[in-house]
Design a protein around this ligand. Structure first.
Ligand code: THU
Length: 135
């Protein structure tokens, strides 16, 4: 549904306004919708150590989980980039943890949009890992 996606993009856009990105000056916003219809947002939080920077996508996942919502359905990402941003490798693994078939809608501030699925970006995120543990 187009309006639902627009709502998510708007939520990601608003979250982006809170970005703490003094080092890269690259502000990113994310919004994830869960199966209950609730929306959780995140933005990138940078650190002078660089390596401790938290991406917008992971921040939104943490917000959902702390609210008791783990069934991620759709993720929206907004950045002022030449082309729609694709989540980094670390975020792909974190997103796949909660839905290996997550839908990702990424949009630039100028309005270019790309729709992708996490299983295309990160095949086999859990294969062979901890097969001794029942999940
Ligand atoms: N960043 C995100 O938050 N999400 C992405 O998908 C791409 C990169 C952030 C991390 C860093 O603060 C800045 O953008 C530049 O990489």
């Amino acid at each position: 549904m187009a309006s639902k996606i627009s709502f998510l993009i708007e939520a990601a856009s608003e979250a982006r306004q809170q970005s703490y990105s003094p080092y890269s000056r690259f502000a990113v916003g994310a919004a994830v919708e869960t199966s209950s219809g609730k929306v959780f947002t995140g933005t990138n939080v940078e650190n002078i150590s660089f390596g401790l920077t938290i991406c917008a996508e992971r921040a939104s996942v943490a917000a959902a989980v702390v609210a008791g919502e783990r069934d991620l359905q759709t993720l929206a990402i907004v950045a002022d980039s030449a082309e729609p941003v694709v989540p980094c490798g670390a975020c792909r693994q974190v997103l796949a943890e909660f839905n290996p078939r997550l839908k990702i809608v990424s949009q630039t501030v100028a309005g270019a949009r790309r729709v992708q699925y996490i299983h295309k970006l990160l095949p086999s995120p859990k294969r062979g890992i901890m097969t001794n543990v029942k999940r």
